[in-house]
Design a protein around this ligand. Structure first.
Ligand code: ADP
Ligand code: MG
Length: 324
């Protein structure tokens, strides 16, 4: 079936959306994109879909949605230490809404240009609003950064702050006690939910410096557990070291801790590295890297409780309602 003229217009519209990279031989407009791969790199690929009503609210700001759609994909590249290069966009739209498209594509263009990643193709169809983006990046051939190489006595680090996006989501759902929060705090939490900041600069520097890395999309405990399972190791966490934003510090401590441990959508990185390398990375990114624990030979995930004893996380669940 030939695309309707209005959908053809969209293709025209996306043609010049982002900056042009020298390694894009053929971009939007032909049957395929043709791309020039660097000799000394492998290609890293990842894809994520955002569905209205499941991954975002129907009334979310379309500019922010454009940013988030690419940000969640860039974050996967960051977790592998891959340098962003190209992306494709499959857009399913219920209708042609020029105003929505203008704002959505402006958000997409802004973050794409910030991260030097070029839109090289896509597909446009009619249906319930769904955004699928596939990103391509480059990783050095001699040094892959994966989930499976954490070593005992590695320090466990996270970037930025944890739990903000989940607090923003609770706010949108009317479930957050905002008594102690200012409008600026709430604005900040919503921004963290709707416009995450993928940590690609840090991720690229982790290649050769960290043993294992993952991005935190499902919550710290869940994602750290992926590292532990893949690496066949355990961990001890220092809950008092969890990096909390000014806004989260205003919430009751157990609420903030639970958000930081289990809240999704932060798109920060969690990585493990030797103490020496952690020092070097911290120096490169002042204020952005926090040590929260240590990898152990013994399997299982433990934290020190108020009595100073090591306790498993299954036991903490009983303490905090929201863990279940
Ligand atoms: P074909 O019929 O060959 O699949 P399409 O008509 O789907 O081609 O697309 C024409 C061109 O527009 C292709 O280069 C395709 O990659 C691009 N394109 C279509 N939709 C999008 C989109 N949402 N974003 C970016 N490029 C798109
Ligand atoms: Mg097509």
């Amino acid at each position: 079936m030939k695309p309707s003229p209005e959908f053809s217009l969209i293709q025209q519209y996306f043609q010049a959306l982002t900056m042009r990279r020298a390694d894009v031989i053929v971009g939007v407009g032909d049957d395929c994109a043709v791309l020039d791969n660097p000799q000394d790199c492998f290609t890293a690929i990842s894809i994520d879909t955002l569905v209205q009503g499941i991954h975002f609210f129907a009334d979310v700001d379309p500019y922010r949605l454009g940013i988030k759609a690419l940000a969640v994909n860039l974050s996967d590249l960051a977790a592998m230490g891959a340098k962003p290069a190209w992306f494709t966009l499959a857009l399913t739209l219920p209708e042609i809404n020029d105003d929505w498209l203008k704002q959505f594509s402006a958000g997409l263009a802004d973050i794409a240009n910030d991260y030097q990643i070029q839109l090289v193709g896509g597909d446009t169809t009619r249906g319930p609003l769904t955004i699928t983006i596939q990103v391509h990046g480059h990783v050095p051939k001699d040094n892959l950064l994966q989930r499976n190489a954490a070593k005992a006595s590695d320090l466990i680090c996270v970037t930025g702050c944890l739990g903000d996006a989940a607090a923003g989501l609770q706010y949108r759902l009317g479930q957050l006690d905002t008594t102690l929060l200012t409008d600026a705090d709430i604005g900040y939490l919503l921004q963290r939910l709707e416009m995450p900041t993928p940590r690609n600069q840090i991720g690229e520097q982790l290649v050769g410096a960290a043993h294992a890395a993952i991005d935190i999309s499902d919550g710290l405990l869940a994602d750290l557990n992926h590292i532990l399972t893949a690496s066949n190791r355990g961990a001890k966490l220092d809950l008092s070291a969890l990096p909390l934003s000014v806004a989260l510090q205003k919430l009751p401590e157990e609420v903030a801790t639970q958000l930081a441990l289990t809240g999704g959508d932060d798109y920060e990185l969690c990585f493990t590295a030797t103490a020496d390398n952690v020092m070097l990375i911290k120096r490169q990114f002042p204020g952005l890297i926090q040590v929260i624990g240590e990898i152990t030979d013994k399997a299982g995930l433990f934290f020190r409780n108020a009595q100073g004893e090591w306790q498993g996380f299954s036991e903490i669940k009983a303490g905090y309602d929201h863990f279940s």
